[in-house]
Design a protein around this ligand. Structure first.
Ligand SMILES: [Zn+2]
Length: 375
């Protein structure tokens, strides 16, 4: 595996190991449920963990262990090193900054990359590889209001290299309680223009473009998704027309395009994470109306929303910002593989009951009209 080619393997600083009273090794983020507790009755694994400090080659790490412990074969130590790397606990301390990043970008992303490294459970030499995936990604955002605007803000700040924003609304005073891309000076401006200005000011190291464009039919949606070169991911921030999620699901299945949507139904804030071919599609999840009602999830297509009888959907800076952040979390995870997610689920929070996380994860339906096999 890769670790043998790494110049100077080390335990990630965020995954630093320690020994328990019983002599086991805890490594990774055990308290966050993503680490490991490893038995080490002879003590040589701890020597290995200590030797993997970024000052030695793989070969020198093996030598350091063999000189202190008898009865071991080099292959035993190498295999243990490989296992630690494949669990995501190691990186290559000598991995260079990818040449695609300027010194400015290195500074800009210097706090986010260690978090990627922390959350990455793959065998990657450097978390900058994940950051590079973001830089090379093209994402389409439909709707830059509360959810979509917050999601776009997170994606631009995180370094997604190309963002294209679609919206046909103008900024109104009643938007400003929650749509954080806009201010008083933007009142009356097209959101697609004001959002581009705001995000270009936030991060000139990414390219943000916008279009004043309405998506009112499934055909218009398919047209915006067709792009050359193709998009890597689609973010649905629009909450209408009522069938929009069903259209997006069908169009993204046809295009093989991963997508994320988010929204709120009063205090219930959720996001859905979807990748064609993996797990349940949006319709697989939402056709099961009983469970949807049980969870109070936002309406998608034909089912009435809890707020359908209200003149508008109640929303605050908190619900819009949180739903946008959840959407961005899903988008970044799908683009980078950090953290590793199994798409095909909806999750979120009920702000009336702190700690009450809701998750809708169901198996794919073989008879699903959208993603089921024909015949
Ligand atoms: Zn389906």
């Amino acid at each position: 595996m890769a670790v043998a080619q790494w110049a100077r393997p080390r335990v990630k600083p965020e995954h630093r190991g320690y020994r328990t009273v019983a002599g086991n090794i805890r490594i990774g983020s055990v308290i966050y449920g993503v680490g490991a507790e490893i038995e080490d009755p002879k003590g040589w694994l701890w020597t290995l963990v200590e030797a993997a400090d970024g000052t030695r080659s793989s070969r020198d790490i093996v030598t350091a262990v063999l000189t202190r412990h008898d009865g071991l074969e080099p292959g035993d130590v190498t295999a243990a090193l490989e296992q630690l790397a494949s669990a995501g606990f190691l990186e290559d301390a000598a991995a260079p900054l990818p040449g695609q990043f300027s010194a400015r970008e290195a500074e800009r992303y210097s706090r986010g990359v260690p978090l990627l490294r922390w959350m990455d459970l793959g065998a990657r030499a450097s978390a900058w590889e994940a950051q590079l995936r973001l830089k090379e990604a093209r994402v389409l955002v439909l709707g830059v209001g509360g959810t979509g605007g917050a999601a776009a803000w997170h994606l631009a700040a995180s370094g997604v290299g190309r963002l294209h924003l679609l919206d046909d609304d103008r900024v109104e005073l009643s938007n400003l309680n929650r749509q954080l891309l806009y201010g008083e000076a933007d009142l009356g401006r097209p959101k697609a223009e004001a959002a581009v200005d705001r995000l270009a000011g936030l991060n000139p190291d990414v390219r943000v473009t916008g279009e004043i464009r309405r998506v009112a039919t499934a055909g218009q949606l398919a047209a915006v998704l067709a792009s050359s070169p193709p998009y890597d991911l689609f973010v649905l921030g629009a909450d209408g027309p009522p069938q929009i999620r069903r259209w997006v699901n069908r169009a993204c299945l046809a295009a093989g395009l991963p997508w994320v949507d988010g929204g709120y139904s009063g205090p219930l804030v959720t996001a859905g994470i979807h990748r064609p071919g993996t797990g349940a599609c949006w319709e697989c999840l939402h056709e099961q109306a009983t469970q949807q009602a049980d969870l109070g999830l936002p309406e998608g297509a034909d089912e009435p929303a809890a707020s359908a009888h209200l003149p508008w959907n109640p929303a605050s800076a908190v619900t819009a910002g949180l739903s946008g952040a959840l959407v961005a979390y899903g988008a970044l995870a799908l683009l980078t593989g950090v953290p590793p997610l199994e798409p095909g689920f909806r999750f979120g929070f009920n702000l009336m009951v702190p700690g009450d996380e809701v998750t809708l994860r169901l198996p794919r339906r073989p008879d699903c009209p959208a993603c089921g096999s024909p015949g």
